[in-house]
Design a protein around this ligand. Sequence first.
Ligand code: GLN
Ligand code: ZN
Length: 764
Amino acid sequence: MLTQNLGYPRIGSQRELKKACENYWAGKTGHKDVLTTGKNIRHENWQVQKDAGIDLIPSNDFSFYDHVLDHSLMFGAIPKRYNEVMLKEGNKELDLYFAMARGYQKDGLDIVAMEMTKWFDTNYHYIVPEFYKNQQFKLFSTKVVDEFYDAKQAGIITKPVLIGPVSYLLLGKEKEAGFNRIDLIKNLLPVYMDILNKIKHLGAEWVQFDEPFLSLDLTEKEQQAFKDTYKHLRTAFPFLKFILTTYFERLGDNTKLAVSLPVDVLHIDLVRAPHQLDEVLTLLPEKMNLSLGVIDGRNIWKNDYIRALSHIKKAIAVIGTDRVIIAPSCSLLHTPCDLDMETAIDPEIKNWMAFAKQKLYEVNELNEIIKGNNDLLQNNLKAISSRSLSKLIHKQEIKKRVAAITDATRNSEFTVRQKIQQENFKLPLFPTTTIGSFPQTDDIRQLRSRLKKGAITTAQYDVEIEKATIDAIRWQEEIGLDVLVHGEFERNDMVEYFGELLDGFLFTKNGWVQSYGSRCVKPPVIYGDVSRPNDMTVRWSSFAQANTEKLMKGMLTGPVTILQWSFVRDDQPRYETTYQIALAIRDEVVALEKAGIKVIQIDEPAIREGLPLRKADWAAYLDWAVKAFRISASGVNDETQIHTHMCYSEFNDIIEHIAAMDADVITIETSRSQMELLAAFADFKYPNEIGPGVYDIHSPRIPSVVEMVSLLEKAAVLLPVENLWVNPDCGLKTRKWPETQEALKNMVKAAQTAREKITNEIAV
Ligand code: GLN
Ligand code: ZN
């Protein structure tokens, strides 16, 4: 039985790539330094995989920024606006590449970057290919060939990885009207042929085509493209061994299509979609081998060998050992590098975990167990059963509380609550507020790092945070905002802050995962039943409220967002964990109310990104996600106003579920297509109050009063005026103070102007 790996983290176990790129961008090092760092990481990765006994080791899975962008450069899919970059003295291919990723503001040029978006349902972001009518492709960069050659020189014959032609096109966007990007396939295929020819001549035996779109809903045209493409490639290369990889979801109704393609190996994800194995085995043609993705490439838990072996044995029974390959479910890009580097995790818990390197060994051990090594199985059994029984994880009272949840509804319906709240708060029309955070200056960050290092005491830290909070309150009062926020100066990150205060979470030292380019995140690990030993935000919210006569908004992160941005338990359904978090947040909401906080915001920016990849699965997810929010929000009296905030995505297609969350007020990111979103809310007759973001916080640009007034006027045409709020489209953490203050002053003026206009209209 063969083993394979689909891809390995490329940031480096010490984040060497991040440092090398950032130094290069800052002009501190030269071109050669970055290239050398890249080369070292690749060689290290190949060696790690070889040492772990992996048979088919990938190449071209490395990337200086993003693997989709690598393909765009390889295929010469370089938008015209970058032409001048290469003409500037000293610039190399790498500079063009980084210009596409990050924009180019130098040498008198000002060229915007290509768009970036999420890689399926992961937190990895890729650079979106730009397509034009009749676009021609040509082999521009030979990265895939060079890396194969490089590994070969080092004595390792790798398996080059390419994004399959159909998925590559589907990942991109048409940048002009009048064509379908799938039709570019005939222009694109010659470049693939060129590449395959080159690697074949260098001695490649295998090639991996990643076609994740086979696990998504496909149109007929797209299905046909798959058939034509692989027939074409197969005819030209009858002897290269093609591995077709799918992941993140089941093949589902594309199963017949997938097994009909002329490839040598089909890879399926049995972690996300274990149930597909039976159907695939039934339909698998005799000439096709099957790669079983049995080790979770998206999480950090040790593999449950008994479960993996049940799949492997089933496959062997149907198609025989020689036709089975063992593999992780997807590229290991989405897991941190090496658990051995974590020295501070409780050993009991650490024994339940596995990062990328450890997962390679699991692949190998499964193979050894099949060959008869029983000790390996026994060791694994011990770890898995210790986890299933551990008191660190399982808390009966929490499980009971979740099981007892029946209702999650506010006491009265929205119209009743609205009336009470209006009478109590006496807010003007177009009330103004912000989303929560204010600029996290270097001073604040340094303060936190000094606290962590023990250079200052908690008491000293608190004094400084109090000062920053009071300053923020004073100037919010001065410029005349209606509902204030405390500024979130005490928080590092909106999930980490809560994770550190909740039971059932742990934090790694080095568990970095690439988010985009050189940016990495270190997600918290939810390992056990979640509970809230103490109040989490009451101290800061009541401190802030005590310092102003105005309404002070309490600020919490919602259960779905906390779940979505963490590594989650795989020993219970996601909704179970989310309900536990929801109960903890609910208790915090009630505690805030008791402490005199009358307006409480529960942020759920990640609710939409949790949507399953296939539409058929949306309803079930939305059902529990909405319920989780309602659990957290429904413990308070009618007098207490619950806000929520959402951003990062289009909400038009889930609007009825947003309405079902029944927040009294939603503030929402709309700046990019304000009208479209508002129209959707208007068409749906969204019943509750809403603050469509009136300016884009992602840019330092200061919005004018006039433009914001005009947005408010448009909003007032579409939605009931008494339901409208005025706010920026997201938190202001990443902005600088001067632009924040100018922008908010203008925003308050815009609200005043809009009020006057409306009052005049009513008077007339
Ligand atoms: N309250 C958070 C903030 O203002 C919300 C962040 C977000 O929407 N991502 O920073
Ligand atoms: Zn936001």
